[in-house]
Write a protein that binds this ligand. Structure first.
Ligand code: SAM
Length: 255
């Protein structure tokens, strides 16, 4: 397989000869062209299709506790983070040796469980959600997965009510997955909450392919698109947009 130095966008859907992927490659997303990487402009490119993205998404398999959390999410109509972005969160929490993580949008604990598994053994996850029922289910998720009650602090409330009460520079990682329309305000709060060198992550940064499509101007898409643009141009932050799941926007607060 070629490694990429150059990125080309092409309208191709078929896998290259010798591709390890099945012949029935799922169609690419509605609006985003498949990504074609090439080693040099003259070399036959290797293509990254929806099948490759699905392969990357499933790089790590989820265990029974995550499956149970997803089942709970289905039952209450919550859409949890995908396994690929969950693995990224776990990796990031581990990389910064996180002892304090704040999350807006607990859901039933899928993202929280990925985060807890990457954190230090004495780390505490503070997670905020409007819905007490979601947090009851998240508590089940964390407890069944073996985490003691002192490892997680669940706060029922609106993100924008609770975040101003959290400690300045008190968190190694802040993960935002609550109300999409509030992402801009979450960003300012998160920059205050995270310590220098700490990380901020937003789920749904691609929002069902809508963010990349300028014709989509609904309030959620617009708010997310503005945050993606602000993060990319904010001198306080170094960022990347990981195209796993529904997109994970990650930024580091520079020291
Ligand atoms: C996408 S789900 C979170 C999924 C969770 N992060 C996971 O991956 O398992 C969004 C959650 O945010 C909560 N929520 C919505 N608006 C909120 C707000 N303004 N403040 C706090 N939580 C909110 C919802 O109740 C829901 O549980």
């Amino acid at each position: 397989m070629c490694r990429s130095l150059t990125l080309h966008l092409r309208e191709r859907t078929e896998p290259p000869d010798g591709s390890p992927f099945p012949s029935t490659v799922p169609p690419p997303s509605r609006r985003v062209a498949p990504i074609v990487w090439s080693h040099t402009p003259t070399e036959e490119p290797t293509i990254t299709t929806a099948a490759s993205l699905a392969f990357a998404e499933d790089h790590l398999s989820e265990d029974d506790h995550l499956a149970a959390a997803r089942q709970r999410a289905d039952e209450v109509g919550v859409v949890p983070i995908g396994p690929g972005a969950g693995a990224v969160l776990s990796f990031l929490a581990s990389a910064v040796q996180a002892r304090a993580v704040a999350e807006i949008g607990t859901g039933t604990g899928v993202s929280g469980l990925w985060l807890l598994r990457g954190m230090q053994a004495d780390g505490v996850l503070t997670s905020v959600d409007l819905e007490a029922e979601h947090q009851r289910l998240a508590r089940e998720t964390f407890t069944e997965a073996g985490f003691a009650p002192q490892r997680f602090r669940l706060i029922a409330g609106a993100g924008l009510d609770v975040m101003p009460r959290l400690t300045d520079a008190g968190y190694d990682l802040v993960f935002l997955d609550g109300d999409k329309v509030e992402y801009g305000e979450y960003l300012e709060q998160a920059v205050r909450l995270v310590r220098p060198g700490g990380l901020i992550a937003f789920d749904n940064a691609l929002w069902h392919d809508r963010v990349a499509d300028p014709s989509q101007r609904d309030p959620e898409t617009t708010a997310i698109r503005e945050v993606v643009q602000r993060v990319a141009t904010d001198d306080r932050l170094r960022s990347m947009l990981v195209p796993l799941g529904d997109g994970l926007l990650v930024a580091q607060l520079l020291s």
